[in-house]
Design a protein around this ligand. Structure first.
Ligand code: AMP
Length: 331
């Protein structure tokens, strides 16, 4: 049996369910419910947006992209234990299912898959996992050993379970996006991987469910990440070392941001680009602010006429009222 979400639930903006007249999505919590609900969707392509919940405008943008193209849109909300290390924030990760479901309803999602870990991993930790390979061991993978094996394993399972034709991911998690593309190609997953640019707060901070952890002063400190990317992108015409220098000059002025890496890498190998390099590159940063680990990146074109390849200061694709509850209040 599937259930539907009560569309009268009030979201955290206090605006209630009156913003749109979309039908409440079907909610499936078990494999059997998902199978039945999926069969009921009928003909037409299916797009899936995978999330860990605590939805914000970044997620909503992905959903909207899917909604614009697909006959049917499935959102998965699953906090995947396999991708969290023992000292990471799994137990503290924000959970707000009612508000998430309200966003799904507002965005016209057809089906929400909301499993618990025992539904996804009925035999406990899977002995067989997808290996992310060498690209899974650098940058985020170096800081979070095993993280990307956990990500790819659950993404593979959710692709099988939902049977989606297309799957939507944010540029915000550039390394994850690259690895999912590689998995789909290397392991012949019959799915198209679609992406959307990073959605930012008006001041440039990349939206993230983890922004909820930031205190007001952390929030101010955290801005140095996007400022560094912007400064690096502005120097793109002068070559790689100018980009790195400009970006570093910003973060060194903010000692409260404990930078883990700030790199200019090739977008498909994630290796540092040499000084002679011209063309597309990824300027990526990660660091800890207070107790929160934050990541951000911007694709840039290096060389004459170069610069950011993504809109920077605006919320890309924002054509709806903001739904982010993570830090847009009182900034
Ligand atoms: P998460 O719930 O953090 O696992 O994210 C689910 C999906 O939303 C992933 O594909 C993320 O890359 C994407 N996403 C998260 N934050 C943003 C953002 N600020 N802009 C665009 N996509 C995002």
């Amino acid at each position: 049996m599937t259930e539907t979400f009560d569309s009268t639930v009030t979201n955290t903006n206090g605006t209630g369910a009156s913003q749109a007249a979309s039908r409440a999505p079907i909610i499936a919590r078990t494999r059997a419910e998902l199978k039945a609900a999926r069969a009921n969707l009928g003909d037409g392509d299916i797009g899936v947006v995978m999330t860990m919940g605590a939805l914000h405008e970044g997620h909503a943008t992905l959903i909207r992209r899917a909604r614009a193209r697909e006959q049917h849109v499935i959102v998965t909300i699953f906090l995947n234990p396999l991708q969290f290390g023992p000292r990471e924030d799994l137990s503290h990760y924000p959970r707000m299912v009612d508000a998430d479901l309200e966003i799904c309803r507002r965005e016209g999602v057809d089906l929400v898959f909301l499993p618990t870990p025992d539904v996804i991993y009925p035999d406990g930790d899977p002995g067989v996992r997808v290996s992310a390979g060498p690209i899974g061991n650098v940058l985020e993978g170096q800081a979070r050993p095993g993280h990307f094996d956990g990500v790819l394993t659950v993404v593979g399972k959710l692709l099988h379970l939902t049977g989606a034709d297309r799957s939507y991911y944010g540029q915000k998690d550039a390394q994850q996006l690259l690895l999912i593309r590689r998995m789909a190609r290397d392991l012949d997953f019959p799915v198209e991987v679609v992406t959307a640019p990073t959605v930012r707060e008006a001041d440039g901070l990349a939206m993230s469910s983890r922004n909820m952890y930031l205190t007001e002063s952390d929030r101010e400190t955290a801005l140095c990440l996007s400022r560094a990317l912007r400064a690096g992108a502005a120097a793109a015409a002068e070559g790689p070392s100018a980009v790195r220098r400009a970006a570093r000059a910003v973060v060194v002025k903010e000692p409260l941001a404990l930078i883990d890496y700030l790199v200019l890498v090739h977008p498909s190998t994630l290796e540092d680009v040499p000084e002679w390099y011209r063309g597309e590159a990824l300027l990526a940063v990660a660091g800890r602010v207070g107790t929160t680990r934050l990541i951000d990146n911007i694709p840039i074109s290096v060389g004459p006429g170069g610069g950011a390849l993504e809109v920077f200061s605006e919320n890309a694709g924002r054509d709806q009222p903001p739904v982010n509850r993570a830090g847009s209040v009182g900034l």
